[in-house]
Design a protein around this ligand. Structure first.
Ligand SMILES: *Cc1c(COP(=O)(O)O)cnc(C)c1O
Length: 226
């Protein structure tokens, strides 16, 4: 077994254990393998071990890897980085899912580009639940308008909410995850927002306990980023 294959198996086991100990239904948490700064060959190794969903943070890097890996035709690309409107074009051309929709202007730009490419994407709204100034994402007060904007365009399918929790301590982390769940419940619940993208290498167990459906894991699979 390669290192990546071994670590991927470990992460899958962690997810299954957390699902079980939370009393949740098996198979309700999906693993997104986060590959920023890692070479395309690492993605091939994870793909060979059965992984299909991959997350990238930078538009140019996503574009380059998608081109290098064009032969893997059932790969699913998720864009999880902060997205400026001037990079929306690249993401609209390549990604299947965008986790970081944070303002109506970006919705309009993605719609324009997707329309031009004759494509559609699934979309999650990123929320800055903890209110830390260095974090991206919509202010919870602006979420209603943002969600309506996503639903108003034909090229995006609203799927849920995403957040990055503070890494300070478990209490602050859990508060952010539970905050995202509460926002989901005040904005239509699972019927409107079935996906909650939350949890990373260090906090995926807490995220699953809180109700995550999509964990984004980099370091625990591919090792430290240089
Ligand atoms: C890098 C990144 C991850 C993965 O973080 P790890 O700690 O390496 O698992 C998850 N989500 C986002 C938004 C990221 O930028």
């Amino acid at each position: 077994m390669s290192d990546i294959e071994q670590r991927l198996a470990n992460v899958r086991a962690r997810i299954e254990a957390a699902v079980r100990s939370s009393g949740r239904v098996a198979g309700t948490v999906k693993l997104l393998a986060v590959t920023k700064s890692k070479p395309a060959n690492d993605i091939r190794e994870a793909y060979a071990a059965g992984q299909r969903a991959f997350g990238e943070n930078y538009a140019q890097e996503l574009e380059q890897k998608a081109a290098e890996l064009a032969d893997l035709d059932d790969i699913e690309w998720h864009f999880i980085g902060h997205l400026q409107t001037n990079k929306a074009k690249v993401v609209a051309r390549v990604a299947h899912v965008v986790h970081t929709v944070d303002k109506p202007d970006l919705v309009r730009e993605l719609h324009k580009r997707l329309t031009a490419y004759g494509r559609t994407m699934r979309a999650l709204a990123e929320v800055n639940v903890s209110g830390e100034s260095q974090k991206h994402g919509a202010n919870p007060d602006d979420l209603a308008v943002l969600l309506s904007a996503v639903e108003s365009v034909q090229t995006l399918t609203l799927r849920g909410l995403m957040t990055v929790a503070p890494a300070d301590d478990d209490v602050a982390t859990m508060r952010a995850f539970e905050g995202l769940v509460a926002l989901r419940d005040t904005h239509g619940g699972p019927a409107r927002l079935p996906e909650l993208s939350m949890g990373m290498s260090d906090d995926l167990e807490l995220a699953i306990e809180a109700g995550s459906t999509l964990v984004r894991v980099g370091t625990a699979i591919f090792g430290e980023r240089s």
